[in-house]
Design a protein around this ligand. Structure first.
Ligand code: 13P
Ligand code: SF4
Length: 313
Protein backbone atom coordinates (compact mmCIF):
# COMPACT_ATOMS: atom_id res chain seq x y z
CA UNK A 1 0.00 0.00 0.00
CA UNK A 2 1.36 3.44 -0.90
CA UNK A 3 2.38 5.60 2.09
CA UNK A 4 0.14 8.56 1.08
CA UNK A 5 -2.86 6.25 0.72
CA UNK A 6 -2.13 4.71 4.14
CA UNK A 7 -1.92 8.18 5.68
CA UNK A 8 -5.19 9.38 4.15
CA UNK A 9 -7.07 6.19 5.14
CA UNK A 10 -5.67 6.45 8.68
CA UNK A 11 -6.82 10.10 8.93
CA UNK A 12 -10.29 9.12 7.70
CA UNK A 13 -10.45 6.38 10.35
CA UNK A 14 -9.45 8.80 13.12
CA UNK A 15 -12.20 11.23 12.00
CA UNK A 16 -14.81 8.46 11.87
CA UNK A 17 -13.83 7.24 15.34
CA UNK A 18 -14.38 10.73 16.78
CA UNK A 19 -17.64 11.30 14.89
CA UNK A 20 -19.16 7.94 15.91
CA UNK A 21 -17.64 7.52 19.40
CA UNK A 22 -16.00 4.34 18.18
CA UNK A 23 -12.92 2.52 19.46
CA UNK A 24 -10.80 0.01 17.62
CA UNK A 25 -9.52 -3.08 19.42
CA UNK A 26 -6.84 -4.92 17.45
CA UNK A 27 -4.96 -8.17 17.89
CA UNK A 28 -1.16 -8.27 17.55
CA UNK A 29 -1.44 -10.49 14.48
CA UNK A 30 -3.12 -7.83 12.33
CA UNK A 31 -1.25 -5.78 9.72
CA UNK A 32 1.11 -3.10 11.12
CA UNK A 33 -0.94 -0.25 9.58
CA UNK A 34 -4.08 -1.67 11.24
CA UNK A 35 -2.28 -1.92 14.59
CA UNK A 36 -1.33 1.74 14.15
CA UNK A 37 -4.98 2.93 14.08
CA UNK A 38 -5.99 0.81 17.10
CA UNK A 39 -6.94 2.38 20.43
CA UNK A 40 -6.07 -0.87 22.19
CA UNK A 41 -3.71 -3.54 20.99
CA UNK A 42 -3.52 -6.84 22.79
CA UNK A 43 -3.70 -10.60 22.92
CA UNK A 44 -7.04 -12.33 23.09
CA UNK A 45 -7.29 -12.19 26.91
CA UNK A 46 -6.41 -8.50 27.18
CA UNK A 47 -8.84 -7.62 24.40
CA UNK A 48 -11.73 -9.55 26.01
CA UNK A 49 -11.13 -7.74 29.29
CA UNK A 50 -10.76 -4.37 27.53
CA UNK A 51 -14.01 -4.86 25.58
CA UNK A 52 -15.91 -4.86 28.88
CA UNK A 53 -14.41 -1.58 30.01
CA UNK A 54 -14.42 0.65 26.93
CA UNK A 55 -16.42 3.85 27.03
CA UNK A 56 -17.76 4.02 23.47
CA UNK A 57 -20.92 3.49 21.43
CA UNK A 58 -19.19 1.33 18.85
CA UNK A 59 -16.44 -1.26 19.15
CA UNK A 60 -14.75 -2.12 15.89
CA UNK A 61 -12.85 -5.36 16.30
CA UNK A 62 -9.80 -5.62 14.09
CA UNK A 63 -9.24 -9.34 14.37
CA UNK A 64 -10.95 -12.58 13.53
CA UNK A 65 -14.62 -13.41 13.87
CA UNK A 66 -14.52 -15.25 17.23
CA UNK A 67 -12.78 -12.26 18.85
CA UNK A 68 -15.50 -9.84 17.72
CA UNK A 69 -18.14 -12.33 18.91
CA UNK A 70 -16.43 -12.43 22.31
CA UNK A 71 -16.61 -8.63 22.51
CA UNK A 72 -20.33 -8.72 21.65
CA UNK A 73 -20.99 -11.43 24.24
CA UNK A 74 -19.44 -9.18 26.88
CA UNK A 75 -20.96 -5.91 25.60
CA UNK A 76 -24.50 -6.71 24.43
CA UNK A 77 -25.51 -3.05 24.64
CA UNK A 78 -22.77 -1.85 22.29
CA UNK A 79 -22.63 -2.06 18.54
CA UNK A 80 -19.77 -4.44 17.69
CA UNK A 81 -18.50 -4.19 14.14
CA UNK A 82 -16.26 -6.58 12.24
CA UNK A 83 -14.63 -5.14 9.13
CA UNK A 84 -14.22 -8.53 7.49
CA UNK A 85 -16.70 -11.18 8.68
CA UNK A 86 -15.01 -13.76 6.44
CA UNK A 87 -11.94 -13.54 8.70
CA UNK A 88 -12.42 -16.88 10.44
CA UNK A 89 -9.95 -19.01 12.39
CA UNK A 90 -8.89 -22.53 11.43
CA UNK A 91 -8.83 -23.48 15.11
CA UNK A 92 -12.35 -22.20 15.86
CA UNK A 93 -13.57 -23.87 12.67
CA UNK A 94 -12.05 -27.19 13.72
CA UNK A 95 -14.71 -27.40 16.45
CA UNK A 96 -18.29 -27.33 15.19
CA UNK A 97 -20.83 -26.66 17.97
CA UNK A 98 -23.17 -29.56 17.06
CA UNK A 99 -20.26 -32.02 16.87
CA UNK A 100 -18.89 -30.66 20.10
CA UNK A 101 -22.27 -31.17 21.83
CA UNK A 102 -22.20 -34.84 20.71
CA UNK A 103 -18.60 -35.20 21.96
CA UNK A 104 -19.51 -33.64 25.31
CA UNK A 105 -22.43 -36.07 25.69
CA UNK A 106 -19.93 -38.97 25.55
CA UNK A 107 -18.18 -37.64 28.68
CA UNK A 108 -20.85 -37.00 31.32
CA UNK A 109 -19.63 -35.38 34.53
CA UNK A 110 -16.71 -33.62 32.82
CA UNK A 111 -16.10 -29.87 33.24
CA UNK A 112 -15.60 -28.20 29.89
CA UNK A 113 -12.69 -25.80 29.40
CA UNK A 114 -12.59 -24.15 25.98
CA UNK A 115 -10.00 -21.92 24.51
CA UNK A 116 -11.42 -18.53 23.56
CA UNK A 117 -10.67 -19.45 19.89
CA UNK A 118 -14.13 -21.01 19.52
CA UNK A 119 -17.49 -19.95 18.14
CA UNK A 120 -20.12 -18.54 20.47
CA UNK A 121 -22.01 -21.86 20.12
CA UNK A 122 -19.07 -23.80 21.60
CA UNK A 123 -18.60 -21.21 24.34
CA UNK A 124 -22.25 -21.72 25.28
CA UNK A 125 -21.44 -25.42 25.89
CA UNK A 126 -18.41 -24.50 28.01
CA UNK A 127 -18.02 -24.13 31.79
CA UNK A 128 -14.87 -21.98 31.77
CA UNK A 129 -13.18 -20.35 28.80
CA UNK A 130 -9.44 -19.83 28.73
CA UNK A 131 -6.83 -18.17 26.55
CA UNK A 132 -3.22 -19.19 26.10
CA UNK A 133 -2.38 -16.60 28.79
CA UNK A 134 -4.44 -18.24 31.52
CA UNK A 135 -5.10 -21.86 30.41
CA UNK A 136 -2.84 -23.24 33.14
CA UNK A 137 -4.49 -21.18 35.90
CA UNK A 138 -7.96 -22.12 34.64
CA UNK A 139 -7.21 -25.86 34.61
CA UNK A 140 -5.50 -25.62 38.01
CA UNK A 141 -8.62 -23.93 39.42
CA UNK A 142 -10.55 -27.18 38.84
CA UNK A 143 -10.18 -29.81 41.61
CA UNK A 144 -7.74 -32.52 40.54
CA UNK A 145 -10.24 -35.36 40.84
CA UNK A 146 -12.71 -33.57 38.53
CA UNK A 147 -12.45 -34.85 34.92
CA UNK A 148 -12.08 -32.19 32.25
CA UNK A 149 -12.75 -31.82 28.53
CA UNK A 150 -10.28 -29.38 26.93
CA UNK A 151 -11.15 -27.92 23.51
CA UNK A 152 -10.38 -27.20 20.77
CA UNK A 153 -6.55 -27.00 20.54
CA UNK A 154 -4.86 -30.38 20.96
CA UNK A 155 -1.39 -28.81 21.22
CA UNK A 156 -2.29 -26.33 23.97
CA UNK A 157 -4.29 -29.14 25.64
CA UNK A 158 -1.38 -31.58 25.68
CA UNK A 159 0.98 -28.86 26.87
CA UNK A 160 -1.33 -28.07 29.82
CA UNK A 161 -1.87 -31.77 30.49
CA UNK A 162 1.90 -32.22 30.69
CA UNK A 163 2.38 -29.20 33.01
CA UNK A 164 -0.41 -30.26 35.37
CA UNK A 165 0.21 -34.01 35.12
CA UNK A 166 -3.57 -34.48 34.78
CA UNK A 167 -4.53 -37.80 33.27
CA UNK A 168 -8.26 -37.05 33.51
CA UNK A 169 -8.25 -34.44 30.73
CA UNK A 170 -9.87 -35.42 27.40
CA UNK A 171 -8.78 -33.37 24.38
CA UNK A 172 -10.74 -32.25 21.34
CA UNK A 173 -8.66 -32.88 18.22
CA UNK A 174 -8.36 -29.36 16.76
CA UNK A 175 -5.43 -27.19 15.71
CA UNK A 176 -4.37 -23.88 14.21
CA UNK A 177 -2.96 -24.16 10.69
CA UNK A 178 -0.40 -21.39 11.35
CA UNK A 179 1.14 -22.82 14.52
CA UNK A 180 1.13 -26.41 13.28
CA UNK A 181 3.24 -25.55 10.24
CA UNK A 182 6.56 -24.70 11.92
CA UNK A 183 9.41 -27.01 10.99
CA UNK A 184 11.66 -28.42 13.71
CA UNK A 185 14.45 -29.03 11.23
CA UNK A 186 14.42 -25.40 10.06
CA UNK A 187 14.15 -24.15 13.61
CA UNK A 188 17.22 -26.13 14.67
CA UNK A 189 19.15 -24.91 11.62
CA UNK A 190 18.25 -21.32 12.51
CA UNK A 191 19.34 -21.93 16.11
CA UNK A 192 22.73 -23.12 14.83
CA UNK A 193 23.12 -19.89 12.84
CA UNK A 194 22.15 -17.82 15.92
CA UNK A 195 23.46 -19.80 18.91
CA UNK A 196 22.86 -16.92 21.36
CA UNK A 197 19.23 -16.45 20.35
CA UNK A 198 16.41 -17.56 22.65
CA UNK A 199 13.58 -19.50 21.02
CA UNK A 200 10.15 -18.22 22.06
CA UNK A 201 7.09 -20.25 21.04
CA UNK A 202 3.31 -20.17 21.36
CA UNK A 203 1.75 -23.26 23.01
CA UNK A 204 -0.42 -23.82 19.91
CA UNK A 205 2.76 -25.18 18.24
CA UNK A 206 3.35 -28.92 18.07
CA UNK A 207 4.97 -30.60 21.12
CA UNK A 208 8.38 -31.03 19.45
CA UNK A 209 8.57 -27.25 18.82
CA UNK A 210 7.45 -26.43 22.36
CA UNK A 211 10.14 -28.78 23.72
CA UNK A 212 12.84 -27.00 21.68
CA UNK A 213 11.82 -23.56 23.01
CA UNK A 214 13.52 -21.56 25.76
CA UNK A 215 10.22 -19.89 26.58
CA UNK A 216 6.62 -20.94 25.88
CA UNK A 217 3.76 -18.52 26.32
CA UNK A 218 0.84 -16.58 24.93
CA UNK A 219 1.37 -13.61 22.65
CA UNK A 220 1.45 -11.21 25.64
CA UNK A 221 3.70 -13.48 27.70
CA UNK A 222 6.19 -13.78 24.82
CA UNK A 223 6.28 -9.98 24.46
CA UNK A 224 6.96 -9.66 28.18
CA UNK A 225 9.68 -12.30 28.15
CA UNK A 226 11.55 -10.57 25.31
CA UNK A 227 11.63 -7.40 27.43
CA UNK A 228 12.97 -8.99 30.62
CA UNK A 229 15.30 -11.65 29.17
CA UNK A 230 19.09 -11.13 29.04
CA UNK A 231 19.12 -12.39 25.45
CA UNK A 232 19.42 -9.84 22.66
CA UNK A 233 18.25 -12.08 19.82
CA UNK A 234 15.05 -14.10 19.64
CA UNK A 235 13.75 -16.71 17.22
CA UNK A 236 10.01 -16.19 17.22
CA UNK A 237 7.83 -19.27 16.68
CA UNK A 238 4.37 -17.80 16.40
CA UNK A 239 2.40 -15.69 13.98
CA UNK A 240 4.74 -13.17 12.36
CA UNK A 241 2.44 -10.15 12.95
CA UNK A 242 3.75 -9.97 16.52
CA UNK A 243 7.15 -8.85 15.18
CA UNK A 244 5.82 -5.33 14.56
CA UNK A 245 5.02 -4.89 18.27
CA UNK A 246 8.30 -6.56 19.32
CA UNK A 247 10.34 -4.15 17.21
CA UNK A 248 8.29 -1.18 18.41
CA UNK A 249 8.80 -2.09 22.08
CA UNK A 250 12.40 -3.32 21.93
CA UNK A 251 14.17 -1.56 19.05
CA UNK A 252 17.61 -2.61 20.37
CA UNK A 253 16.81 -6.34 20.06
CA UNK A 254 16.70 -8.63 17.05
CA UNK A 255 13.69 -10.77 16.24
CA UNK A 256 13.94 -13.56 13.70
CA UNK A 257 10.70 -15.16 12.49
CA UNK A 258 10.84 -18.98 12.46
CA UNK A 259 10.03 -20.33 9.01
CA UNK A 260 7.10 -22.65 8.32
CA UNK A 261 7.75 -26.04 6.74
CA UNK A 262 6.77 -24.80 3.29
CA UNK A 263 8.18 -21.29 3.08
CA UNK A 264 6.37 -20.50 -0.17
CA UNK A 265 2.99 -20.74 1.64
CA UNK A 266 3.73 -17.82 3.99
CA UNK A 267 1.93 -19.79 6.69
CA UNK A 268 3.66 -18.08 9.59
CA UNK A 269 1.19 -15.33 8.74
CA UNK A 270 -2.44 -15.82 9.71
CA UNK A 271 -4.24 -15.15 6.42
CA UNK A 272 -7.45 -14.44 8.36
CA UNK A 273 -5.94 -11.70 10.52
CA UNK A 274 -4.44 -10.11 7.41
CA UNK A 275 -7.93 -9.82 5.83
CA UNK A 276 -8.52 -6.78 8.03
CA UNK A 277 -7.35 -3.75 6.07
CA UNK A 278 -7.57 0.03 6.40
CA UNK A 279 -10.00 0.03 3.46
CA UNK A 280 -12.47 -2.37 5.06
CA UNK A 281 -12.17 -0.54 8.41
CA UNK A 282 -13.17 2.74 6.70
CA UNK A 283 -16.11 1.14 4.95
CA UNK A 284 -17.22 -0.66 8.13
CA UNK A 285 -17.17 2.54 10.20
CA UNK A 286 -18.92 4.54 7.48
CA UNK A 287 -21.72 2.00 7.08
CA UNK A 288 -21.72 0.75 10.70
CA UNK A 289 -21.82 -2.70 9.17
CA UNK A 290 -21.11 -5.65 9.16
CA UNK A 291 -22.25 -5.94 12.76
CA UNK A 292 -22.13 -8.94 15.11
CA UNK A 293 -25.66 -10.04 16.05
CA UNK A 294 -26.12 -12.95 18.48
CA UNK A 295 -29.00 -15.06 19.70
CA UNK A 296 -29.64 -13.82 23.28
CA UNK A 297 -29.92 -17.25 24.90
CA UNK A 298 -26.66 -18.46 23.33
CA UNK A 299 -25.02 -15.15 24.23
CA UNK A 300 -26.00 -15.47 27.89
CA UNK A 301 -24.63 -19.01 28.16
CA UNK A 302 -21.40 -18.00 26.43
CA UNK A 303 -21.08 -14.97 28.70
CA UNK A 304 -21.14 -17.17 31.79
CA UNK A 305 -18.15 -19.19 30.54
CA UNK A 306 -16.16 -16.06 29.64
CA UNK A 307 -16.93 -14.36 32.97
CA UNK A 308 -15.88 -17.54 34.79
CA UNK A 309 -12.53 -17.17 33.02
CA UNK A 310 -12.15 -13.44 33.75
CA UNK A 311 -12.80 -14.13 37.48
CA UNK A 312 -9.84 -16.54 37.52
CA UNK A 313 -7.50 -14.11 35.74
P1 13P B 1 -3.37 -15.23 22.07
O1 13P B 1 -4.29 -15.83 23.11
O2 13P B 1 -1.94 -15.44 22.41
O3 13P B 1 -3.75 -13.85 21.72
O4 13P B 1 -3.56 -16.09 20.76
C1 13P B 1 -4.66 -15.94 19.95
C2 13P B 1 -4.49 -16.68 18.72
O5 13P B 1 -5.29 -16.65 17.84
C3 13P B 1 -3.31 -17.51 18.63
O6 13P B 1 -3.20 -18.01 17.39
FE1 SF4 C 1 -6.88 -18.76 14.48
FE2 SF4 C 1 -4.42 -19.64 14.13
FE3 SF4 C 1 -5.16 -17.33 13.03
FE4 SF4 C 1 -4.84 -17.56 15.70
S1 SF4 C 1 -3.26 -17.74 14.13
S2 SF4 C 1 -6.53 -16.58 14.63
S3 SF4 C 1 -5.56 -19.66 16.04
S4 SF4 C 1 -5.97 -19.36 12.53
Amino acid sequence: MKADNTASLSRRIEALKREKRAVILAHYYTRPEVQAVADFLGDSLALSVKAQAVDADIILFAGVHFMAETAKVLCPGKKVLIPCPEAGCSLAESCDAAEFAAFKAKYPGHKVVSYVNTTVGVKALTDICCTSSNALQVVRSIPEEQPVIFAPDRNLGSYIRKLTGRSNMVLWDGACHVHEEFSLEKLLALKKEHPEAHVVAHPECRAYIVEAADFVGSTAAILDYCGRSDAREFIVVTEAGILAEMQRRYPDRTFIPAPPDDESCGCNNCCYMKMVTLENIVSCLENESPEIILDEEVRRKAERSILNMIKIG
